[in-house]
Design a protein around this ligand. Sequence first.
Ligand SMILES: NC(=O)C[C@H](N)C(=O)O
Length: 334
Amino acid sequence: MANPVLVEVTRGEVVESRHRGAVSVFDADGKPVWEIGDTDRPVFPRSAVKAIQALPLVESGAADAYGFGDRELALACASHSGEPAHVELAIAMLAKAGLDRKALECGAHWPSGHGATIALARAGNIPNALHNNCSGKHSGFLCTCVHAGIAHAGYVKAGHALQEMVRDAMQAVTGAAHDVDHCGIDGCSIPTYAVPLKSFALGFARMATGRGFAPERAKAAKRLLAACMAEPFLVAGTGKADVALMQAAPGRIFVKTGAEGVYCAALPELGLGIALKCDDGAGRAAEVMIAAVLAKLLNGDEAVAAKLTELAHPPVESRVGAKVGLLRPTAALN
Ligand SMILES: NC(=O)C[C@H](N)C(=O)O
């Protein structure tokens, strides 16, 4: 059955476009709290699970050995916009392990931040692997390898010891088998596994509460989410939705976007994890969906809910900046 329409895009009084999707909210005991659409359908989480993929960095002792605090841990969980602060921090992380950008196997792309792209082009430069939105995650991977005494070459491959550590963490946290039949390759060359959407909601409820984890893992998970909430700019960048969403209630909302319309989130105070996917892969609609879901779950706090509701209704603008329509959640998200 088709998932319901969750977001409409209007122009004037007319609905111009519609986005379907599925949403799953779980508590850490495995109880579904709110389910919309087919949440059993396997979904590639892409970058939305970087905080889980960063567990080995903390659990191996690498983060402590290299003196990483909130800033470095936030960058390890980031899809950053390639601004100078992101690039410089990735350089510093790699240097701690005695490496430089030549060790990165994520490939290069122009920064997703317009300002950063323009500055780079104006200076006559082209992007390198440090500008890749995933360079912080890859720097964390490399630091884990060096600290654990694992040869880092080929660390992006599914059979490499580092990716086995990452896959073990993903399986344990989500409770879903990550097998070869459901494996794809992400844009940054590492494996990504399509598993039921609801397993990510459960996984992030566990990440936020530590429930069901050994004490060391519970500590690492909370530390990573706290780092992201403390340093939202380093998780994303100028003008990015993740920054606005986390700043709507500092220290209370963890969110992470993934390519192709995915979001994962956690609300530690409520012990809830959230995962959603916009069927057509549209990030603009996924941002509305997550803002609407968070507004509903946090409706006990009027000021926070109002900010989130505003983020759930972004304008459609003309080329002179006039508001000519908007994106809005449908009644299915009420
Ligand atoms: N935001 C993302 O999901 C990016 C993805 N990891 C990529 O490399 O393309």
